[in-house]
Design a protein around this ligand. Structure first.
Ligand SMILES: Nc1nc2c(ncn2[C@@H]2O[C@H](COP(=O)(O)OP(=O)(O)OP(=O)(O)O)[C@@H](O)[C@H]2O)c(=O)[nH]1
Ligand SMILES: [Mg+2]
Ligand SMILES: [Zn+2]
Length: 297
């Protein structure tokens, strides 16, 4: 048997992967087994084959972020400790999408941080004002002008394993390049990203952070949708931080927080403690999850 070598997956494109070997150097690898899932951030064991390597084993993960609907799954990153959502004032922020990133992070027990990028642009103060609701949920909102510096983010990502997530053109790759000067990720024009529907970043890639604290950061392609159909519907309410103290306080133990009388969550919506769109998202995610389960039967 050929000896296996251990490494970290640093780039993923379709079914091709770059693995940074613990012993040094990177190896271009293919994946054996159709059903195996591999993502940037995975620790793997590879065997040398002609022309590169084959991933033979994936070590157990602490987290796995992925998008899914009833038909498809797309892994974003493995073993992350923190999800960094990026928004900017020159592109319409899809808050439904944003809340989905938060739920995905909570389900994997990752921290969530929101970055308001492009502080130099005119609509910036209005954007930051809109994001106050996320700060009051407990998620840090960090302001940044990545074309100048990402210094405000350095302390947030240091020592963490983060993934940058966001709609196309928000500036994820620009932030990455500012944090990891050796990265040289491709940066696109916003007009390009919006006009043609093309995204500048087409694969996920992982970069080591400079400095002694260690950690790494994954850049991902822009997205327009983020399905979480793989989530267990029973786990979803826990992913909404402001609902946690209310769970178990409804009249019915199996309350869906929909139209049941004596629902503590609905009461909280009525008196403004829970935003109606957050409860609506909980219901939408539950429907999506149930539809995906029906389909797979
Ligand atoms: N004015 C301004 N523009 C910025 C800032 N940060 C990034 N940009 C610009 O925004 C555009 C998109 O940046 P990217 O980093 O490619 O965006 P992205 O989020 O990686 O986009 P995708 O890879 O398509 O998902 C580029 O033209 C950047 O120069 C900023 O702080 N201020
Ligand atoms: Mg990019
Ligand atoms: Zn209820």
């Amino acid at each position: 048997m050929t000896p296996r070598e251990a490494g970290l997956v640093v780039a993923a494109w379709r079914r091709h992967y770059s693995v940074l070997l613990d012993a040094g150097g990177t190896l271009e690898c293919v994946l054996k087994g159709r059903r195996t899932v591999v993502a940037c951030g995975d620790r793997v064991q590879v065997a040398r084959i002609a022309g590169g390597g084959a991933i033979e084993k994936v070590e157990p993960r602490t987290s796995l972020l992925y998008r899914s609907d009833a038909f498809r799954e797309k892994v974003l990153a493995a073993n992350v400790t923190q999800v960094v959502g990026v928004v900017a004032p020159d592109i319409a922020v899809d808050e439904n999408l944003l809340n989905r990133w938060i739920v995905a992070a909570e389900l994997e027990r990752c921290r969530f941080v929101l970055v308001a990028n492009k502080a130099d642009l005119p609509g910036f103060p209005a954007l930051v004002a809109r994001l106050a609701q996320y700060r009051s949920l407990g998620y840090p909102v960090v302001e940044c002008e990545a074309t100048r510096s990402a210094g405000s983010l350095a302390g947030i990502v240091a020592g963490e394993r983060s993934v940058l997530i966001g709609q196309s053109g928000m500036g994820k790759s620009t932030i990455l390049n500012a944090l990891c000067p050796h990265a040289r990720a491709r940066i696109g024009d916003v007009s390009d990203a919006l006009g043609s529907g093309r995204h500048t970043t087409t694969e996920t890639a992982l970069f080591m952070l400079p400095g002694d604290a260690g950690g790494w950061i994954v850049d991902s392609p822009g997205m327009k949708v983020f399905g979480i159909a793989h989530a267990d519907p029973a786990m979803l309410p826990e992913a909404f931080v402001e609902m946690r103290p209310l769970l178990g306080r409804c009249r019915f133990r199996d309350c869906r927080h929909d139209r049941e009388p004596g629902c503590a969550v609905r009461d909280a919506v009525d008196d403004g403690r829970v935003a109606p769109q957050r409860l609506a998202l909980l219901h939408a995610l539950r429907r999506e999850g149930e539809a995906a389960r029906d389909k797979s039967r």
